[in-house]
Design a protein around this ligand. Structure first.
Ligand code: C2E
Ligand code: CA
Ligand code: CA
Ligand code: CA
Length: 275
């Protein structure tokens, strides 16, 4: 039995070091990918609940790996956070997204562009300056850019974070709370921050119709805050109908479209213009 225990320990050690090697390999690949411009945004439509028209898109990072194909953010964002690469990724996604928004706007497609921002990014001294510069380079109206922040971020007291948040708000950039309902929000604090938009997390939305009393309460409270209320992860007609009939303003989810390449967003916009 002792021998077996030692063996198990040995395998455990070996598995650990193999995982570590895999991670290092992934990380060096990610560094190369970043340098070569392989980290790109896909775009997922956000539609108006009352008429189904696309009002905006969310930029979601993808790693276009030359051998492995498309790699989802779950595989490289957490790693990028640990390795200090998230600022670099965040900036390249922000820049590509704002640039794409302006290309669309020049063609008559005026969308709100939502970009995810991690806690670490917001604590960078130069964050607000980078946002300002990207808006200026692509001549993007600040209120056409929305930054998605998670609710935990609002309980942070880091002075740099607070200064960055105040600065981007000051430019007129929109602020959205992402994954609402997954953390412990300080509602009073959220209200003070005067956010523009709240995205109710997919885990709450997919609980419909079981949790409809609770969601009704959440929505009426958010309505008091006068924010745009978005439902995330809308996958079925029945969920779409319920949210539309119960005060949600905008919807996002596979029912409408998964995250897609820019051409597919243009095709969707064209089909909506014709209908
Ligand atoms: P998120 O910001 O909450 O993004 C929504 C995620 O839900 C996306 O996954 C999207 O593809 C997925 N989704 C959308 N509709 C549905 C649906 O109807 N059903 C289901 N099951 N899923 C749906 P994705 O693209 O894999 O991104 C995962 C997470 O990675 C994002 O969650 C976000 O936290 C992070 N992420 C992605 N891009 C960036 C980025 O540029 N910067 C940062 N900091 N984080 C990012
Ligand atoms: Ca998001
Ligand atoms: Ca979300
Ligand atoms: Ca999420």
């Amino acid at each position: 039995a002792k021998g077996a225990g030692r063996n198990r320990y040995f395998f455990y050690e070996e598995a650990l070091s193999r995982a570590r090697e895999d991670e290092l390999e992934l990380l060096s690949g990610l560094r190369d990918g970043l340098r070569q411009g392989h980290i790109i945004p896909f775009y997922q439509p956000r539609v108006c609940a009352s008429d189904g028209k696309m009002v905006g898109v969310e930029a979601l990072a993808r790693w276009k790996h030359p051998v492995q194909g498309l790699i989802a953010p779950a595989r490289f964002i957490p790693l990028a956070e640990r390795a200090g690469l998230i600022n670099h990724i965040g900036t390249t996604i922000l820049e590509q997204a704002v640039k794409q928004r302006q290309i669309w706007a020049e063609g008559g497609l005026d969308l709100i562009m939502s970009v995810n921002v991690s806690l670490r990014q917001l604590c960078q001294p130069e964050f607000a300056a980078v946002v300002k510069k990207v808006l200026a380079i692509y001549d993007c109206p600040p209120d056409r850019l929305e930054l998605e922040l998670t609710e935990t971020l609002f309980s942070e007291s880091d002075p740099l974070l607070q200064a960055n948040l105040a600065a981007v708000r000051d430019f007129g950039v929109r602020i959205a709370i992402d994954d609402f309902g997954t953390g412990y929000s300080n509602i009073a604090r959220l209200n003070e921050m005067s956010v523009d938009c709240i995205k109710i997390d997919r885990s709450l939305i997919s609980g419909l119709p079981r949790n409809q009393e609770m969601l009704t309460l959440v929505i009426s409270m958010l309505n008091l805050m006068q924010v745009t209320i978005v439902a995330e992860g809308v996958e079925t007609e029945s969920v779409s109908d319920w949210t539309r009939q119960n005060g949600v303003h905008e919807l996002q989810g596979y029912l409408f479209s998964p995250p897609v390449e820019p051409e597919a967003i243009e095709a969707l916009a064209d089909s909506q213009r014709l209908s």
